[in-house]
Design a protein around this ligand. Sequence first.
Ligand SMILES: [Fe+2]
Length: 306
Amino acid sequence: MAQIQAPMMGLTTTQAPFIEKAQSEGKLYIEQPYDLYTDDNHEAWKVLFNRMRPRWEKYANEHFLQGIANLCLDPERVPRLEDVNQFLCALTGFRAKAVAGYVPAYLFFDCLRQREFPTTITIRHKDSIDYLPEPDIFHDISGHVPMHTDKAFADTLVRFGECAHTAAVRASEMKDPVLRVKRLESVIKALARFFWFTIEFGLMRGPRKELKVYGSGLLSSYGEIEHCIEAPEVQRYPLQLEWVINQSFEIDHYQPLLFIVDSFDHLFSLVGELEAWMKDGKLDNVSPGEPGVNEADLQSFLVATT
Ligand SMILES: [Fe+2]
């Protein structure tokens, strides 16, 4: 009797049996089973990548454009992490590392410290390319990874990972367990806000002082990359640390407020300042509000030094 073949479901964000299995087995770091990508998965990549190109040319910062060229990404096919890493690793030592899903905050930041970038390998469904319920390989590889080819930016990510490490060590040295959790929650919130308003949604001055995009959430969004530069109602201000660490944000709509840095050297120095403020206790009582700190994120910091 002829066997009925299960339909090829591929590695689609909303349906990926391979990922579900890995998650049920408690696996976080995985291989990229490249042969599982379907024609529809590759088609989704092709559409996403090709429609972004003119917008990148117009709005992305020059380091990103150079990064896209350096990585030699194939516009027609979902990238193979192994290939991406060959180009990336030679430039800054960074590597894209396949993950099966959400990476708790400390583990994520600690990967950055080791020059590894936790990378989602699923891709959104080709019939809903503007809908992104969670990060996918297009966001991670074409939004984040080209930035990692730039030395100053890569060093900033490592510095940010060191900052998270300092937060974990500092928490472990606090005697009072109630105070430890209260302060750590505040510090994690401050780190998450800084990451959000820089690495995910940052703007930068270009060579002629024009505004350019370097945040990966913007670089991977066809609509928002234009909106964030062109829309008159978006508030765009020079980055002030005291503002960023106290500023809540929501993830389900275009950002109404964005912050501008002068350069990646400027961004690098801001991470150093962030760490100094943490050591002085200035991140221990940041303004309440989004993002919430979930139990997995909190625990990841609490067990980091044990
Ligand atoms: Fe991201």
